[in-house]
Design a protein around this ligand. Sequence first.
Ligand code: NAD
Ligand code: UDP
Length: 334
Amino acid sequence: MKLLVTGGTGYIGSHTCVELLQAGHAVVIADNLSNSSSAVLERIARIAGKAPAFHKLDLRDAQGLQALLQRNPVAAVMHFAGVKAVAESVADPLKYYDNNVNGSLTLFAAMREFGVKRVVFSSSATVYGAQAVSPIGERAATAPANPYGRTKLMIEEMLRDLCTADPEFRAVALRYFNPVGAHVSGLIGEAPQGTPNNLMPYICQVAAGKLPELRVFGKDYPTKDGTAIRDYLHVTDLARGHVQALDYLERVPGFSAVNLGTGRGTSVLEMLQTFERVNQVRVPWKSADRRPGDTVITYADPALAGTALNWRTQRTLEDMCRDAWRWQKSGLAD
Ligand code: NAD
Ligand code: UDP
């Protein structure tokens, strides 16, 4: 299948391009490089043995998108492109509504014009409300707590409406839990700009001596060690989920939302200790106040992904820590 991958030079998109190319698909990437580098393209090609095509393009550029789809008839779109920092979305909501919602609207309009009727969308567990009880199933109420999460839900609703309006249009929204780690080759991974907000890249930078210590946000949560619990999954497992979602769209009409997670919860301290143990490296840390807006315990019920997508995670927390550290040490993360 020939596919358009928006945001394909980014963290999750690049890993998914590798899996798509290895599964025999042809890949055309559209990315404005606002949070990624074209240097990734050559590394994707080295891993997969095949190169993706690349177009530097902003999704809000309707004419550019139309020209791209005219020259590249694609069977489906994988839609990763967007901005994703929760705190920034609170400070600058219009950036998020413009980039994510407007960008998606422009993309879906161009798809309609060129008869492209399959889309796999990067959604997030942040669409669930803070009150959702873990394990969180897809039927849990949605109530995102910040503008970033609201853009994800709005895009899901757009896709739902498009599926209702056109019975041939099919969409799956993959609700990611906490993707971490890097490709086992050490050639691609997450390269956050500035000081990282997320736990794993922060741990990596402390271990590398770039940051003095990890602040563990919250020490008296009602969990076994007092720190908050998340469902971390390896980015390569997540990428494989997208290949499976493509097959699923061939079989199942309409709109679906599917969780991608392991179904297991890991505390901040468990993550920290696993990282130190498997990599034989010290990560200095101290307890700090709770981070505003954090949930206490969030992990997926991934049963639907198992039955519908025939997908389950294969990689362990140890793999995530090992691969993240290999990537950090490669020097390519900077
Ligand atoms: P990323 O920033 O590494 O990748 C996003 C890519 O999209 C970047 O390469 C960026 O340059 C590009 N981009 C952004 N706005 C664009 C625009 N208007 N036009 C064209 N390209 C644009 O982020 P990621 O972690 O790979 O996330 C990919 C998707 O998955 C995002 O939609 C994100 O919201 C979603 N998601 C990520 C996580 C996570 O923890 N990383 C969790 C849940 C959902
Ligand atoms: N966390 C932490 N210190 C950090 C970054 C994160 O203690 O420097 C904690 C955070 O409070 C949360 C968990 O690690 O409990 C995962 O945070 P992350 O931002 O990676 O994911 P999210 O909270 O968005 O699920």
